[in-house]
Write a protein that binds this ligand. Structure first.
Ligand SMILES: Cc1cc2nc3c(=O)[nH]c(=O)nc-3n(C[C@H](O)[C@H](O)[C@H](O)COP(=O)(O)OP(=O)(O)OC[C@H]3O[C@@H](n4cnc5c(N)ncnc54)[C@H](O)[C@@H]3O)c2cc1C
Length: 432
């Protein structure tokens, strides 16, 4: 076999770890590089909702989410909070409310709900009834006001729905990904190494420049680069002399983790839509995670801008006083929809990044923010691919997508590929 440089996967979030595993399983040697440790970025600080599409009016976006989620729960069985032994009923459902001042009319939203239910019925057939969301009739049910008036500010909503949406068991999935990456002999892990640039010397011969926390520099050769650095994607694409996706926007977002008052411990996760409203995720252990859009969305930066400011927030270098004030505003906003939330105890404020395309005005129904019908994989050059997991769950299919595209330009030695689905080791800890 002729010597070939490894593939460099930059960024070890969910997207990077899954991509490294999929490429290794296809027979490639991979170097996986992160400025921190494995899985310590945005992927590690979300409620990990396995969205079924209900919070988008745009049908293509809603359906894309449904497809990814169904793919995820069928390929990684046992990976939701509802699969935990003794899981309370509160984690087996989620409620969606149409806010009174929703940017989209109830009729528009009901139309998208119908499209989702119809596609779910098809998927139910395709999977011969082996989906954890139950019969198509159980997929979505309109709630009677008596079912929510005791915990929800009824004056702020026009309709509510019970859905079978659940949360990913992120600690479990994270552990499984960490174990799989660590055990994979074809993945070499380099952590504590910030990628500061990519130099494409010749086709399929790049140099990845890295620096450790002390500023010590090193270089790694790569046949092909997969850029999974999320908030840093545009900066590194530009360093490689390639045009950046001028549409990309990085939005710094704060999420409040809290201890729920006893009255809300059994409340299902709840989403108020569509517009700059509120979200509550019940983690099933007395904790909740909440966002309140007018305050949660700290700032949006066009492609490549504000990276230093974003990274300071991600690295916990924000002011304690400002964080406490922001947490109080988020809590008050959520309590305007769920009054009992006023009795919750703030535990931690976390920052993460959401990456979208186009305009990001949440209060404009024409804004691109309400249309996210893209998964985040882009071929910037034959030897440089971007993989941004637009939603956490997209990591699984995106990894396959990248592997397919890599095989088109850099076929792996056929004798090294392993039969079967690369996710198998990841699912090894499944507990169904
Ligand atoms: C508040 C909030 C709530 C969310 N809720 C959900 C949800 O409920 N469901 C859902 O599906 N999605 C949700 N998302 C979106 C989801 O978190 C992201 O889509 C997903 O985590 C992106 O994964 P990633 O691997 O691409 O990015 P990351 O996990 O951020 O991984 C990028 C990695 O690159 C590393 N890196 C960055 N720059 C460099 C560099 N120069 N050199 C080396 N390494 C570098 C980082 O350290 C990090 O480890 C939410 C996002 C936020 C912010």
């Amino acid at each position: 076999m002729t010597h070939r440089l490894p593939i460099a996967v930059l960024g070890a979030g969910a997207a990077g770890c899954a991509t490294a595993l999929a490429l290794a399983h296809a027979g490639h040697d991979v170097t996986l590089i992160d400025r921190r440790g494995l899985l310590e970025g945005t992927s590690n600080g979300t409620p990990a909702r396995l969205g079924l599409g209900f919070h988008y009016a745009d049908r293509a976006t809603a359906l894309l989410l449904l497809e990814h989620t169904v793919d995820f729960v069928t390929r990684l069985p046992g990976s939701t909070l509802a699969d935990r032994p003794g899981a309370p009923d509160s984690v087996r459902h989620a409620r969606y409310f149409i806010a009174r001042d929703s940017l989209f009319t109830p009729d528009e939203l009901r139309g998208t709900h119908r499209a989702l239910a119809a596609r779910y019925a098809e998927l139910w057939q395709e999977h011969e009834g082996r989906l954890p969301y139950g019969e198509p009739e159980q997929f979505l049910r309109e709630l009677a006001p008596e079912e929510y008036e005791h915990d929800t500010a009824t004056a702020r909503v026009v309709a509510g729905f019970d859905t079978r949406e659940v949360l990913m068991d992120w600690p479990h999935v994270r552990r499984a990904l960490l174990d799989a990456v660590t055990a994979e002999p074809r993945v070499r892990v380099v952590t504590g190494a910030e990628v500061v640039g990519v130099d494409r010397h010749a086709p399929f011969r790049s140099v990845v420049r890295i620096e450790d926390a002390a500023g010590r520099a090193a270089q790694l050769g790569a046949s092909l680069v997969v850029n999974c650095t999320w908030e840093n994607i545009d900066r590194l694409t530009a360093s490689a002399g390639l045009p950046v996706n001028a549409e990309a926007v990085n939005r710094l977002k704060a999420l409040l983790e809290l201890r729920l008052p006893a009255s809300l411990v059994d409340l299902p996760s709840t989403f108020f839509c569509i517009g700059p409203f509120a979200m509550f995720s019940n983690m099933g252990d007395g904790r909740g995670m909440v966002t309140y859009a007018p305050d949660t969305n700290v700032r949006a930066y066009p492609a490549g801008d504000g990276v230093a400011e974003i990274m300071r927030a991600l690295d916990g270098q924000t002011s304690r006083k400002a964080d406490d004030e922001l947490a109080a505003r988020i809590l008050a906003g959520v309590a305007s929809f769920i009054p009992g939330m006023a009795g919750a105890e703030p535990l931690a404020l976390r920052y993460g990044v959401v990456r979208t395309h186009g305009s990001s005005a949440l209060d404009d129904r024409g804004s691109d923010i309400h249309r996210r019908d893209y998964s985040g994989v882009r071929v910037e050059a034959p030897d440089l691919i971007t993989n941004a997991a637009t939603k956490l769950i997209y990591f699984l299919r995106n990894a396959d997508d990248v592997t397919t595209r890599v095989a088109e330009v850099l076929p792996p030695p056929t004798d090294r590929a392993r039969p079967g689905d690369w996710v198998t080791p990841v699912a090894a800890g499944a507990r169904r």
